[in-house]
Design a protein. Structure first.
Length: 138
């Protein structure tokens, strides 16, 4: 069995963003030369997420509105974690959206459903963060 590891780095200029990272993950898969196996992608920061869904702008807007209702950023004083910080909502948004995804690799390709794509969700941006891509297989 072969193993491949790479870190993808992001520096989002806004507080929140959803970024389709499927092309970067596909490039990692090609570089790994693994034909059959599994890809793990996980956010290496506690205020960011990796998840799978549709790359559709209306859905992305709906996520932003929904997450802000569930864990509003302001007032920051509503959170005990925010003593000296202002990102408690980002921790909660990450918990809702998830830490990682695992995707099957078949015949050297990500084995997705029709509209599935991998996203990096940033909930406390404006600094450099990373996503781990780990691929195992043959």
């Amino acid at each position: 069995m072969k193993s491949y590891r790479k870190e993808l780095w992001f520096e989002v200029p806004t507080r929140r963003a959803l970024i389709n990272i499927t092309p970067q993950v596909e490039a990692c898969l090609q570089e790994s030369q693994i034909q059959e196996g599994l890809v793990l992608c996980n956010a290496m920061h506690i205020t960011a997420s990796v998840f799978i869904n549709d790359d559709e702008s209306g859905l992305h807007h709906d996520y932003d509105v929904w997450l802000e209702k569930l864990a509003p950023h302001e007032p920051v004083s509503q959170y005990r974690h925010n003593v000296g910080e202002d990102n408690a909502d980002a921790h909660m948004k990450r918990q809702i959206m998830g830490r990682e995804v695992v995707v099957a690799v078949s015949q050297g390709r990500l084995d997705f459903g029709t509209w599935e794509r991998i996203f990096y969700g940033e909930f406390d941006g404006r600094r450099r963060k990373r996503v781990l891509v780990k691929i195992i297989g043959e």
